[in-house]
Ligand binder design. Structure first.
Ligand code: MIG
Length: 652
């Protein structure tokens, strides 16, 4: 049962697509003090809070404050309140009460879940305007399902997007890309896609190709396609200001860029130097920008990733002027500790400055809004522009799309990747813990940069990471320019990497099937233990094991030098300790706590009672998977008990 309440005069986000009447009664559970823009709730000892999508910290969000304020912040340490996403849905589940809540507001909102006061949950609004949905149900899963029922079905990528993708910010030309594919093929490590980061563009201009690095792009796309490889280019939110550049000129002519208060186009800077931001909130601008993807579709491209759409801003022209002005005061001075830090702040504050988000406006649904009021739906609408365009431009064929910034509603148009993580063991755990919250909010096609984006990876971290990532729909090894290169073929145990990635391809029929079932039934792909075993107190304590689909539980190893780990089983299960598709041992493990060994190349998969896991013969490309030759690992059932979802993997 879902009820809708309204606070103030909220700005419509188009995230909920079912129309629900607004209640006249006050919002249940929460109290409001008349002088505060807050809703508060007294938590009981056993109240747990799940959801909020892509945020820092564990699966139970209690014990910290999270702010929905889409941010380009590459340091995802546990003190960070905001990452790239704003996904304001959570479920509070306790002994007495249990309900779901969706706070629909495109502006800033904080979820103080026992941060200011250990037992108080406060939702703190910058503007006290929001649509609030309260969802009651018999279980956490039931609440999630009802919520998903009002926000529309999740985005479905082509099936090849379940294959492995290799990425790196700094593949500088076609030869480098060719080499990547050759190296993978030589070692029989499967691969379906190579990502093109900003260097494929001509001076970082969207919808251009650098013709020195990629002299015959059409032929190159075809050469790769003939090998079964999809190239997936990046698209950035900022449009370079440059006379003669068609996107720039059209945007100016049609007035599609975001404006300052005085009516001039905002000048910000990102990769290409000075840019304008298309006003993705404006329907016409969205239509126009969406059509631009055709430039690449016409080359045979069938997948994209949308970056920098929080939007990230290196500086705005106006702010930069102010900073140069302010710096004059420091020139020739003997800087002491205070004045030095102050000066550093002035310069350091250039990037992603909150003030800059108050310098420009949107034309949204016939009204003008200052950016900060609608900040959290900017990236969503960029991806919506693409998603809506793909329906027109590619009506028969699915196109891969995922975005860095997101808001609920965007899950209908694309998936997400979790941005610029690091090659840290703690970020492997973060990846594990983010997945269920993303599932709850409808972002089923998602994953993190495998191996870590920033910092230098080590072989053992990369291997452990891959051992988890073979279960995430988006399975992409990506890293930053300047860091250690981390393609699997650069390490010593390439046989283990090969076996693990090939196991992924064996799992694709299952993963795709479970993914599609989650889409069609508004279900989750990654589920915490307590969602499945709500009466088992211990299940609530487990934050590093997940159910993936209906049949299996994974217990990834995310600690350096570990050769095993403690695992909690809510009931008896069948352990498969995989080294490869045909090399694994099997053991029945009883309910309770166990220390389970797993060498560096071993993966722990537990099959639930009465469930089966289909496995395909490994191949090097997703499209070569032979669905007629599946074997089943079953625990107290047989293969007929598993309902395999099969389709052509490409039509809409
Ligand atoms: O500020 O395009 O998150 O995946 O490699 C860096 C370069 C801009 C950020 C993305 C990352 C990508 C990088 N981009």
């Amino acid at each position: 049962m879902i009820k809708k309440y309204r606070i103030g005069n909220p700005i419509e986000t188009d995230s909920v697509i079912t129309s629900i009447d607004i209640e006249n009664s006050p919002i249940p559970y929460f109290e409001t003090a008349s002088d505060k823009k807050e809703l508060t709730f007294k938590m009981e000892k056993k109240d747990r809070i799940y959801g909020l999508g892509e945020t820092v910290r564990g699966i139970n969000k209690r014990g910290f404050i999270y702010t929905s304020n889409c941010s380009d912040d590459p340091i995802h340490t546990e003190d960070k309140r905001s990452l790239y996403a704003a996904q304001n849905f959570f479920v509070l589940w306790g002994k007495e009460k249990g309900f779901g809540m969706y706070v629909d507001t495109p502006g800033q909102v904080s979820f103080d879940i026992g941060y200011t006061d250990k037992d108080t949950f406060s939702i703190i609004f910058e503007d006290f305007d929001a649509d609030i949905y309260i969802i009651r149900g018999g279980s956490i899963k039931d609440i999630v399902k009802q919520f998903r029922g009002i926000i529309g079905k999740s985005y479905v990528p082509p099936r090849w997007a379940f294959g492995f993708g290799q990425s790196r910010w700094s593949y500088m030309n076609e030869q480098e890309v060719r080499d990547v594919v050759e190296n993978y093929d030589k070692l029989n490590i499967p691969i379906d896609s190579v990502y093109l980061d900003i260097d494929y563009m001509e001076r970082y201009k969207d919808f251009t190709i650098d013709d020195e690095r990629f002299p015959n792009f059409k032929a190159f796309v075809k050469e790769m396609a003939d090998k079964g490889i999809h190239l997936v280019p990046i698209i950035d939110a900022g449009v370079k200001i440059e006379e003669g550049y068609d996107i720039y000129e059209e945007g100016i002519k049609e007035d599609y860029f975001c404006k300052k208060e005085n009516g001039e186009n905002l000048v910000a800077a990102v990769w290409p130097g000075k840019v304008h931001f298309p006003d993705f909130l404006n329907e016409d601008a969205r239509y126009w920008f969406g059509n631009k993807y055709k430039f690449l579709l016409d080359y045979g491209i069938d997948g994209f990733w949308n970056d920098m759409n929080e939007p990230a801003i290196f500086y705005t022209e106006d702010h930069l002027k102010e900073v140069f002005e302010q710096l004059k005061d420091y020139e020739g001075k003997n800087l002491d500790i205070r004045s030095f830090f102050k000066m550093q702040d002035i310069v350091g504050g250039l990037e992603n400055n909150e003030e800059d988000y108050r310098r420009f406006y949107h034309d949204y649904k016939g009204k003008r809004y200052r950016h900060d009021k609608v900040h959290n739906i900017f990236g969503y609408n960029m991806t919506r522009a693409a998603g809506e365009a793909f329906e027109r431009l590619s009506p028969d064929k699915r196109i891969l799309m995922f975005s860095r910034s997101s808001y609920i509603g965007m899950h209908r148009y694309g998936g997400v990747w979790c941005g610029d993580n690091k090659s840290w063991w703690s970020h492997l755990l973060l990846n594990i813990q983010q997945m269920p919250a993303l599932s709850m909010c409808g972002f089923l096609y998602s994953g993190a940069d495998v191996g870590g984006f920033g910092a230098d990876v080590t072989e053992d971290l990369l291997m452990r990471w891959v051992e988890f990532a073979i279960f995430t729909p988006l399975f992409r090894n990506h890293s930053a320019e300047g860091t250690r290169r981390q393609e699997f073929y650069r390490f010593s145990e390439t046989d283990s990497f090969k076996n693990i990635v090939r196991l992924r391809y064996s799992l694709i029929p299952y993963l795709y099937s479970e993914f599609m079932k989650a889409v069609n039934s508004d279900g989750m792909l990654f589920t915490p233990l307590c969602f499945e075993y709500p009466d088992d107190d211990m299940a609530y304590e487990v934050e590093d094991q997940l159910f993936v689909g209906e049949s299996i539980m994974v217990a990834p190893i995310y600690k350096q030098n570990a050769t095993g780990r403690y695992v909690y089983l809510p009931e008896e299960m069948k352990l498969c300790r995989f080294r490869s598709y045909d090399d694994y041992d099997v053991e029945i493990i009883g309910q309770g706590h166990h220390y389970i060994e797993a060498e560096l190349n071993e993966i722990l998969v537990f099959i639930r009672k009465g469930h089966a896991l289909p496995l395909a013969v490994p191949t090097d490309r997703t499209e070569k998977i032979d669905y007629s030759d599946l074997k089943y690992e079953c625990f107290e059932c047989d293969e007929k008990d598993y309902e395999l979802f099969v389709d052509d993997g490409i039509s809409r």
